[in-house]
Write a protein that binds this ligand. Structure first.
Ligand code: WT7
Length: 702
C-alpha cells in the first residue's frame, strides 16, 4: 500500500454503481445481410476452449513470407510472442498484395482543410510507388536499416501513411508523435526512442490558418540533444511542394526538403524486407502515472493480424467500402483503424486534414456525401461538439452510413442517441469500441450484426478477449459492482513491452494481479487495464474511466505528473497539482492548482506563465481550463497533496472529511477563492452522474 491509499475512503470495487439499464437497439436487416461476421458460430470459434488457436483466423487474413510454427510462445511471460517463426512485411500486406486485384482503386482519399481544394485520391498503384520511393530515400539518404527507430511528427496528410509504410517496408520502427504535441514533447520521444532521423512537415491547415510546424522540429532537436540524443537529419515535407510555409530557416546539412531529395529516387523499387512476426513495427507513446512517457512497442505479425481481423469483423470493412475515421493518425486509433487495418483489407480510407467544424458544422457531412463514405468513425468529444454547433446539419446532406464507431471515452446515452438518429439517420449500426494505446486494437465492442447495441456500454468483450473485473485483492466482483477490469489472456494486438522500460511494463500492467512471477502459464498474468468497469448481467461492460492518475481529455490521455512537471518548469512555482473537471464537450478538462515560492507575486501573469509552460512542454491539447494560484495545497500529514479535495472544489462536489489533513483550514479558503471566481466567470455547477462523483471522490488516491 502506498502513501495516500490509506486516505482513500472507498475503493472503486466497494462502490455499487446504480445506473439505468438502457434499451437495446438492433442492427438493421440491410446491415446484417452484408456483414462480414453474421454467423453466430464465430463466438464458438473464439471461445476460451479454442484459445489461442482461434487467432489463426486473423493470421490467415495476412500474406506471410514464411508460415509461423508456434501460435503463442509464453516462455518469457508476460512478454508474449505471437506467430513465432512466421515472417512477413506490413507494407507488402497493406500495399503490394492489393495490386493484382485493385491497383486502380483509391487506397487513400485525402481531404485538404480548405474546402476550395479538391480531395486527392491515391490509388493502390500510386501508393505503391510513393512508398517505394520514400523507402529508397530513407534507406539510401537516411541511412537507416531494419530495427532502427525513426521519429515522425506529421500532421494529417497522405504523406504520413506513406512514411509509415516506407518504414515498415524496411523493417524500420516508426514512432509518430501527434502533430499537436509541442516540440519539447517530440524531443523527449526522440530521445527515448533513440531516433537519429526526424520526419516532419513545414506546415498544415488548422481552422483556416496555416500552422508553422517546422519550428517545432528545431525545438525537438534541441530538446533531444539536451537529453543526450542527436538528430542527424530532419526530413521536411512541404505542404505545397516548392513553397516553404515556415518562418524558421533550414539548417544547413541537417534539414532537407523531401520534395527536392525525392527526385533522385523516382521510380525506385525497394524489396519489402521480410521481418520476423515479433519484430517491432512501431512505437506509440502514451501517458502514465510518472512523467516519463511510455513507448508502447507493437509487433509486426501479431499487431497486423489483430487490427486486420478486428477491422474486418468489428468495423465491417469490405474492399468496396469508403471508410472514414476522423481520429488523428498521431494516436493509436489512427494507426490501427485509419492506416494498418483498413489498408490491410484493401479498402479506401479517407484522411481529413483539418478540424471537423471548419468552415462550419456541416463539413463532415459534406465530405461524407461527396466521397460516398459509408463507414464513419469518431469520438464522443467530436460527436458532442457537432451536436452542439450543428444539431440539424446531418439531415441536409445526402449520405448514408451503414456503420458508425465511437471510441476513446464513455459516451452519454443521450449523445449516443443523437449520433444514432441524426448522424446515422437511424439506419447505421453503431459500435462503441473500448481499448487502449497498449492493446493495439479493440477489447470491448458489440459484434455489429450479431449483438444488439446498448447506449453507454461498450458491449461485451470482443472475440478472443476474456475479461474479469477484480477487487483490490484479486477477487472477481459480482455483476453490477465496479472494480478493476483486466484481460485474463494474451492476444495478438497487445504491446510487446514498453520501449526501454521492461520493468515498467511488468509493474504497471501485471504486478498487481500476478501471484507467481515465475509462472510461464498465461493464466497467471491478467493484464491490468487501469480502468474501472461494471459488468451487467447480460455481459455488457460499462467503462467508468481511469483508476490511475490519468485525465482523459477529449479521448486523449494526459498524465497528472506530466502536467505538474510542466507547471514546475516555471521558476516561481513551488507545488503543482492537476485535477479533472467534468466538461460538456471534452468529457474532462484539466485544472491546475499551483502554490508559489515565497515572494513571488500571484496574478494573471503568473497563471498565464503556467499555461504557457504546459503548452511548451506538452502541447495546446493540454492547456488547462483554469490555473488557480493558491496560498497552500491541502495535504495529508505525510505531505501528500490531496488531489481529490481540490478536484471536488473544482467540480462543486463534496470534499468529504478533511479533518485528518495536516492543514484542514486551507480547504475553505480554496473553496471560496475558486468557486467564487468560477461563478463570476459564469460557470454553473453541473449536475454530475454518480460515476462522475465517484471519479472525483477517488481521484489521485491510487
Ligand atoms: C483509455 C485509453 C482506444 C483508443 C483511443 C484512446 C478510455 C477508450 C473507451 C470507450 C469508455 C474508453 C479508457 C482507456 N476509453 N475507449 N469506448 N468507452 N472509455 O486510447 O489514449 O490509450 O486511452 O481511454 O479509459 O483506458 P488511449
Amino acid at each position: 500500500m502506498t502513501e495516500g491509499q490509506e486516505e482513500a475512503q472507498v475503493s472503486e470495487s466497494q462502490i455499487a454503481v446504480h445506473w439505468r439499464e438502457e434499451e437495446y437497439y438492433y442492427p438493421p436487416e440491410s446491415f446484417v445481410q452484408q456483414a462480414n461476421a453474421a454467423d453466430p458460430a464465430i463466438f464458438d470459434r473464439f471461445s476460451e476452449e479454442n484459445f489461442p488457436d482461434c487467432f489463426k483466423e486473423y493470421s490467415d487474413m495476412l500474406s506471410w513470407d514464411a508460415p509461423w510454427e508456434t501460435i503463442l510462445d509464453t516462455s518469457n511471460a508476460p512478454f508474449w510472442n505471437w506467430f513465432v517463426g512466421g515472417r512477413l512485411n506490413a507494407s507488402y500486406n497493406c500495399v503490394d498484395r492489393h495490386l493484382a486485384a485493385r491497383a486502380n482503386k483509391a487506397a487513400i482519399i485525402w481531404v485538404p482543410e480548405p474546402e476550395s481544394d479538391e480531395p486527392v485520391a491515391i490509388t493502390y498503384r500510386d501508393l505503391y510507388h510513393r512508398v517505394n520511393e520514400f523507402a529508397a530515400l530513407l534507406r539510401d539518404f537516411g541511412g537507416v536499416k531494419a530495427g532502427d527507430r525513426v521519429t515522425l511528427h506529421m500532421p494529417m496528410v497522405a504523406e504520413l501513411p506513406v512514411v509509415m509504410l516506407a518504414c515498415a517496408r524496411l523493417g524500420v520502427v516508426h514512432s509518430e508523435v501527434f502533430g499537436g504535441f509541442s516540440g519539447n514533447a517530440c524531443g523527449t520521444r526522440i530521445a527515448d526512442s533513440g531516433s537519429r532521423i526526424l520526419i516532419t512537415m513545414d506546415g498544415y491547415y488548422r481552422s483556416g490558418t496555416v500552422q508553422d510546424h517546422k519550428v517545432k522540429a528545431d525545438e525537438a532537436v534541441a530538446e533531444a540533444h539536451k537529453q543526450g540524443q542527436d538528430v542527424d537529419k530532419v526530413l521536411v515535407w512541404r505542404r505545397h511542394p516548392g513553397q516553404y510555409a515556415s518562418q524558421t530557416p533550414m539548417v544547413e546539412g541537417r534539414d532537407f526538403f523531401v520534395d527536392e531529395v525525392i527526385a533522385q529516387y523516382r521510380g525506385q523499387i525497394v524489396e519489402p524486407v521480410s521481418m520476423p512476426a515479433e519484430a517491432p513495427l512501431f512505437l506509440m507513446y502514451t501517458s502514465g502515472t510518472t512523467g516519463r512517457p511510455k513507448g508502447a512497442q507493437h509487433s509486426t505479425g501479431g499487431y497486423l493480424a489483430y487490427v486486420t481481423g478486428t477491422s474486418k469483423y468489428y468495423q465491417d470493412i469490405h474492399p468496396d467500402d469508403t471508410y472514414w475515421c476522423m481520429a488523428d493518425i498521431g494516436w493509436i486509433t489512427g494507426h490501427s483503424y485509419i492506416v494498418y487495418g483498413p489498408l490491410s483489407l484493401g479498402t479506401t480510407t479517407v484522411i481529413y486534414e483539418g478540424t471537423p467544424n471548419y468552415p462550419d458544422a456541416g463539413r463532415p457531412w459534406r465530405i461524407a456525401e461527396r466521397l460516398g463514405v459509408n463507414i464513419f468513425h469518431t469520438s464522443p468529444t467530436a460527436i458532442r461538439m457537432l451536436r452542439k454547433v450543428g444539431p440539424d446539419e446531418p439531415k441536409k446532406y445526402n449520405y448514408h452510413f451503414k456503420h458508425m464507431t465511437t471510441v476513446g471515452e464513455p459516451i452519454e446515452p443521450e449523445v449516443w442517441r443523437w449520433y444514432h438518429e441524426a448522424v446515422g439517420k437511424a439506419e447505421a449500426v453503431i459500435v462503441d469500441t473500448w481499448w487502449q494505446t497498449e492493446t493495439g486494437g479493440f477489447l470491448g465492442s458489440s459484434l455489429p450484426a450479431l449483438k444488439p447495441m446498448k447506449p453507454g456500454s461498450c458491449g461485451p468483450a470482443v472475440i478472443g478477449i476474456y475479461p474479469a473485473i477484480y477487487d483490490e485483492d484479486g477477487h472477481e466482483v459480482p455483476d453490477g459492482k465496479a472494480g478493476n477490469i483486466c484481460i485474463r489472456n494474451p492476444w495478438p494486438g497487445i504491446m510487446q513491452t514498453i520501449w526501454g522500460q521492461p520493468e515498467r511494463f511488468l509493474s504497471v500492467y501485471y504486478e498487481k494481479y500476478n501471484k507467481d512471477p515465475d509462472s510461464k502459464d498465461w493464466h497467471a498474468w491478467p493484464y491490468f487495464c487501469g480502468d474501472g468497469a461494471v459488468r451487467a448481467p447480460d455481459g455488457y461492460y460499462r467503462i467508468l474511466g481511469r483508476v490511475d492518475d490519468v485525465i482523459n481529455v477529449a479521448g486523449h490521455r494526459l498524465g497528472t505528473k506530466e502536467l505538474e512537471s510542466a507547471a514546475l518548469t516555471v521558476p516561481e512555482v513551488a507545488e503543482a497539482a492537476a485535477v479533472p473537471v467534468v466538461d460538456d464537450i471534452r468529457g474532462r478538462a484539466v485544472e491546475m492548482y499551483v502554490s508559489l515560492k515565497p515572494g513571488s507575486p500571484p496574478g494573471d501573469e503568473m497563471a498565464k506563465k503556467v499555461t504557457r509552460a504546459i503548452e511548451v512542454e506538452i502541447g495546446k491539447i493540454a492547456r488547462p481550463k483554469n490555473v488557480w494560484i493558491v496560498a497552500d495545497m491541502p495535504k495529508t500529514r505525510s505531505g501528500k497533496i490531496m488531489r481529490r479535495v481540490i478536484a471536488a472544489i473544482s467540480n462543486f462536489t463534496d470534499t468529504g472529511d478533511v479533518t485528518t489533513l495536516a492543514n484542514p483550514e486551507i480547504v475553505e479558503d480554496i473553496r471560496q477563492q475558486v468557486q467564487e471566481a468560477k461563478l463570476a466567470q459564469g460557470e454553473k455547477p453541473k449536475e454530475l452522474s454518480e460515476t462522475e462523483v465517484e471519479e472525483i471522490k477517488s481521484f489521485g488516491t491510487e
